[in-house]
Ligand binder design. Structure first.
Ligand code: CAA
Length: 703
């Protein structure tokens, strides 16, 4: 009796149906229906085992189709179950039920077959898919590896190189490519279920062999004597995956697939999987997976809030930022009007867009026809009036309040009622801009990151009057153009740049106390950041925001470097010297001397600054600023800050983000250090009230 509700639940997630007879052959359908993505939670695993058993026991059934309801085939293991005690049927037991069936089992794939989903499909005898489906093993993105036979089965089907490529990148392939690789046996052009049933009926009536991937060793043979193959994969994967153990472990497992019998290979894979699952890197990456999805939710804007139509977009400014922003919409098939003040600037902007597309086309990632189609959606003009009928207008003009105020005043006059007026400002007060219009409810910040056509982050800045449907529309827009949108409030620099400024201040302070710019960069790069703050300054250009007329080279090191013509990578010299051809950076004794001179002038006694101090001061300052941001309600939740920093600033995902990282260090430890710095350096280091409170209560930001 006690088992009854459980049994009903199993039936809810997986149903067994019959398709009726196809040319005298009865096909049973195992239909998984577990929204949103048919993940392999306990109910689904138990349900598949039970349904397959019933189909196998059913005398009339001659073939079985495994298919999913809703938007996708199985999208993987249920990540929420990771780290919890195993219950019900295991994934290998599900696979055994399918693989050992004496009746052919056909996986029918639509949407995405990912992770455990693809592993389940690989345990079926055949796989059919619609052309739009995608198949992949993305576990590496969660800091783990395919733990249900994927590392052993995939190379047997697509070969060692392709399997390594798919598993170490985690990127899915299209069904068309999967078909060409032998991973999909047939592409179904019409309705998937009917196609899969017809395929299954053929398999049964023509008595096709029950193909078990585990027994197919043909594609492994070639790799047996190629020790260099794995050596070179180890090298290239090791270089790319700094700090992450999973990619290298995947190479080990595939090598095991080549050299060990199947069952032994499975055991090897399981050990590696279990080890990775417990690693701090995987914990951080799994946290981050959910953090990204959480960021799409806005507490007071329910998901059913009506959205405004965005059929036509205006972009003001055809510079680097405006052009990049426009490309996002062109890529999504939305017509864009792009406005500039001068003909030559307009032409330059349009030609940069075209060149970007040509570069993509030359890599084979875009056809010429698609390129022309996107360019045809673009209307370049000098007339601001042309944005009058746009549903959304984004200004990307020079970062000056006076200029932006003027633009907003004009847009208010020109734009149709209901149009969303957006600013791409990175620092300025969105409320002040909204106040230049008679429609502050329609004004919002859309802060893209450079290059705007590439970077995944979009900070959506909510003004005090921004309407809820405008917020809902902007958040949905993020998804349409493939960005990770994070809602933030108004303050200088919003979330990302405000925290960046806190780190920059510490970096500068550290070099006035005896650290060298390259020490600071090295410590942060060893931590996993793609670039330290000084190298980043050189890349961006040290003269951004520098005023030659009012340069303070006597007291400000950055100004001094600019005065010397050291304006960053573009002049082959900044904090570092750069090889003009390779852009390789090297330490310059001239800068070393300058740093020492400035440190002397600052009046602080020069001392040895340890790597540990560099790391703590740079990162604790970020954490403290992050805490203030949450406390002030600028970010909805601490995990949103992590999404901003991973997506926009290259914080290593395997460390979760600054707030998750702070939790893993321990908040009391951070508070103690910050209080020490406060005594030494004063109010700039005042600990955030929220940080102190959480530490005192034994709580954390993200767990
Ligand atoms: N487990 C649990 N929940 C999952 C999930 C999973 N594997 N995949 C997605 N979800 C949840 C999301 O958290 C989200 O929940 P909320 O609505 O409550 O926020 C919901 O499903 C919808 O997800 P998305 O917003 O991401 O939807 P989408 O349509 O944009 O994308 C998707 C769909 C492509 C499947 C995407 O969700 C995705 O990439 N999922 C993860 C796939 C993955 O990593 N699979 C491997 C899992 S590990 C594994 O399988 C290990 C093994 O070898 C045994």
């Amino acid at each position: 009796m006690g088992n009854e509700p459980e049994a009903r639940h199993v039936d809810d997630a997986v149903k067994l149906e019959t398709s009726g007879a196809q040319a005298g052959i009865r096909v049973s359908i195992v239909r998984i229906d577990s929204p949103p993505v048919n993940a392999l939670g306990r109910a689904v695993r138990d349900g598949i085992v039970a349904a397959v058993k019933r189909a196998r026991d059913d005398r009339d059934t001659q073939a079985i189709v495994l298919i999913c309801a809703g938007r996708t085939f199985i999208a993987g293991a249920d990540i929420r179950e990771f780290g919890k005690p195993a219950q019900g049927a295991t994934l290998p037991e599900v696979e055994a039920a399918l693989e050992d069936s004496e009746k052919p089992v056909i996986a029918a794939i639509h949407g995405t077959a990912l992770g455990g989903g693809l592993e389940v499909a690989l345990a079926c005898h055949y796989r059919v898919a619609v052309a739009a489906a995608r198949l992949g093993l993305p576990e590496v993105k969660l800091g783990i590896l395919p733990g249900a036979g994927g590392t052993q089965r995939l190379p047997r089907v697509v070969g060692v190189e392709k399997a390594l490529e798919m598993m170490t990148s985690g990127e899915p392939i299209s069904a068309t490519e999967a078909h060409a690789q032998g991973l999909v046996d047939e592409l179904v052009s019409g309705e998937l279920e009917a196609g899969a049933v017809a395929f299954a009926a053929r398999a049964a009536s023509e008595r096709w062999p029950l193909k078990k991937v585990r027994d197919q060793n043909g594609k492994l043979v070639a790799a047996k004597d190629q020790a260099e193959l794995f050596l070179s994969w180890r090298k290239s994967v090791g270089k790319k995956s700094r700090g992450q153990p999973a990619p290298l472990q995947i190479v080990e497992c595939v090598e095991a697939a080549v050299h060990m019998p199947f069952e032994e290979g499975l055991r090897f894979e399981r050990r590696a999987f279990t080890e990775l699952l417990a690693s701090p890197e995987s914990k951080a990456q799994r946290y981050y997976f959910f953090a990204e999805r959480e960021a799409t939710k806005v507490a007071d804007v329910p998901s059913d809030t009506p959205r405004r139509k965005l059929a036509k977009v205006g972009v003001i400014g055809a510079g680097t930022m405006g052009g990049g922003i426009a490309m996002n919409f062109l890529n999504a098939g939305t017509p864009v009007v792009i406005v500039e003040q001068k003909q030559d600037a307009l032409e330059r902007g349009v030609s940069v867009i075209r060149k970007n597309y040509e570069r993509t086309a030359s890599k084979g990632k875009l056809t010429q026809a698609e390129l022309e189609k996107r360019m045809a959606l673009l209307t370049p003009t000098l007339a601001l009036e042309a944005v009058a009928d746009c549903d959304l207008v984004i200004e990307a003009v020079f970062e000056s309040m006076a200029i932006k105020r003027e633009v907003f005043g004009t847009l208010d006059q020109l734009c149709k009622p209901g149009a969303i007026l957006a600013t791409n400002t990175s620092y300025l007060d969105v409320n002040e801009l909204a106040a230049c219009t008679k429609r502050p409810a329609d004004v919002i910040g859309l802060h893209f990151f450079s290059p705007a056509n590439v970077m995944k982050l979009l900070e959506i800045v909510r003004g005090s009057a921004t309407a809820k449907d405008v917020i809902a529309t902007a958040m949905a827009l993020g998804k349409t153009i493939g960005k990770n949108a994070v809602l933030v409030g108004v303050c200088r620099g919003f979330v990302g740049n405000r925290i960046l400024a806190a780190r920059r201040d510490q970096a500068q302070q550290l070099i006035s106390e005896g650290a060298m710019p390259w020490d600071v960069d090295r410590v942060l790069e060893d931590f996993g950041m793609p670039m330290g703050p000084f190298a980043m300054g050189d890349l961006a250009g040290l003269d951004i925001g520098w005023d030659a007329q009012n340069s303070k080279g006597e007291s400000v090191l950055r100004d001094k470097l600019c005065e010397l013509g050291r304006r960053g990578q573009k002049t082959s010299a900044g904090y570092y010297t750069y090889d003009p051809k390779t852009r390789e950076r090297s330490i310059d004794p001239v800068v070393e001397q300058l740093v020492r001179d400035f440190a002397k002038k600052s009046g602080q006694a020069e001392r040895a600054v340890t790597d540990q101090e560099i790391l703590e001061r740079c990162l604790y300052a970020m954490v403290n600023e992050g805490a203030k941001i949450v406390e002030e309600g600028i970010a909805q939740r601490a995990s949103d800050i992590d999404v901003v920093w991973v997506n926009g600033y290259g914080w290593p995902v395997y460390r979760g983000g600054p707030m998750f990282w702070a939790d893993s260090v321990g908040l009391p430890k951070i508070v103690a250090s910050i209080e020490g710095y406060e005594k030494q350096y004063g109010a700039a280091w005042k600990p955030a009230a929220l940080l102190k409170k959480l530490a005192a209560e034994g709580k954390s930001f993200t767990r």
